[in-house]
Design a binder for this molecule. Structure first.
Ligand SMILES: [Fe+2]
Length: 376
């Protein structure tokens, strides 16, 4: 799909907007933090930064098969090294990474003017950068450094929900869009679901505290076998970043201690905790098909936390890897669970109804929460 001339200004505008946000996000952080290995499950922030430029160079500047001019493929191809070892590689220093991004962007804009790449490649690169922004915010949060209140952070109170009934019948899961959607969202296909009920909002902190106070983390029957094993190994007693104090539950958010706000959706829970709170409430997690149907038909509140679903990550019937197998196909494994919806840190270009996020069930650094469903 070639890029129409009238699209060029909009693409250039989005490239600029997204880049400004990336640089703004890193602006308050010193070089020491940028190069640090904050956690074994995260890359050093400066790796994310240069990798954003490398990905842009790969898809929007280079010709087929061309190597990176300055030998960066070995360092920034995400499949060559584990996250935990990236800080020990000879990666670009922060000033070098910024200069590299600038150089790539100059060439991207030249190519855009002279011989634009296919339109979907611009969507791919923009979304990639936006997704790394969210990953970088997870790293900042993990680091515990004081950090200014992050952008998009606007969480209105979330009252206790009533279940909504979604009636039985067919609906179309996924999309055939080839401009913005990823390969794993295609093809659109009709799915027949029995009726089910779903809450219009994610579980709030207040409700999650009730689960904790009811012995939620100590009662075996709320947990799956894998979940219980995880709980014992992790010794978890509350969501990540929470701490019990004399005055009630507190949490650490971007370096600040604060009382847990009761009306916000609970965040930083693993899939296992999501399952357990569902069991405590006498409910269950939605499948991703149920989630998508509910999002289409009920006007559920989206975009505040990623929501764990009970589905494992796999290709839809007729799946075709595009434009490369490593985007999603290599992650089609039973241990990967699908999350839906998008968080406060997810840009609207990414947080579409058909978007599928995935991660290991034990992960809690995600801005992840839970929505409850039940059979009708
Ligand atoms: Fe990436």
């Amino acid at each position: 799909m070639t890029t129409a001339v009238h699209e060029l200004p909009r693409i250039a505008g989005e490239l600029e907007r997204v880049r400004e946000t990336t640089l703004e996000l890193l602006e308050p952080l010193d070089d020491e933090l940028l190069v640090a290995q904050v956690s074994s499950i995260m890359s050093p922030l400066v790796w994310d930064l240069a990798h954003i430029g490398w990905f842009e160079e790969l898809w929007l500047v280079r010709r087929d098969g061309e190597q990176s001019a300055i030998g960066l493929d070995e360092l920034y191809d995400a499949f060559r090294h584990e996250r935990a070892e990236r800080s020990s590689l000879p990666i670009l220093r922060p000033a070098e990474a910024r200069a590299y991004l600038e150089g790539v962007r100059r060439r991207t804009l030249e190519v855009l003017e002279d011989e634009p790449r296919d339109a979907y490649l611009y969507g791919l690169v923009l979304q990639h950068e936006l997704q790394h922004q969210e990953t970088m915010l997870q790293t900042v949060q993990l680091s515990g450094v004081a950090y200014p209140a992050p952008f998009h952070d606007d969480l209105p109170p979330s009252p206790e929900p009533e279940d909504v009934l979604v009636t039985a019948g067919p609906f179309t899961l996924g999309t055939n869009d080839r401009l913005w959607a990823y390969d794993n969202e295609r093809p659109a296909h009709v799915v027949e679901l029995p009726a089910f009920r779903i809450e219009p909002r994610p579980v709030t902190n207040k409700r999650f505290v009730e689960f904790i106070e009811a012995g939620g983390y100590r009662k075996r029957h709320y947990w799956s076998d894998d979940g219980w094993r995880w709980l014992r190994a992790e010794r978890a007693e509350a969501p990540l970043y929470w701490e019990r104090t004399d005055g009630g539950w507190q949490r650490r958010r971007f370096g600040q201690r604060e009382p847990v706000p009761p009306d916000e959706p609970v965040m930083h829970v693993s899939f296992y905790e999501a399952e357990a709170v569902s069991a405590w409430a006498g409910k269950r997690l939605p499948t991703e098909a149920e989630w998508e149907k509910a999002a289409r038909e009920t006007g559920a509140t989206l975009g505040r936390v990623w929501e764990w679903t009970s589905s494992t990550f796999s290709g839809y019937p007729g799946f075709e890897a595009f434009p490369y197998a490593e985007y999603s196909e290599v992650f089609f494994r039973d241990e990967q669970r699908v999350l839906r919806g998008g968080s406060w840190a997810t840009d609207p270009l990414v947080a579409r109804i058909t978007f599928r996020n995935w991660d290991f069930p034990q992960r809690r650094q995600l801005f992840s929460g839970v929505r409850l469903a039940s059979d009708a």
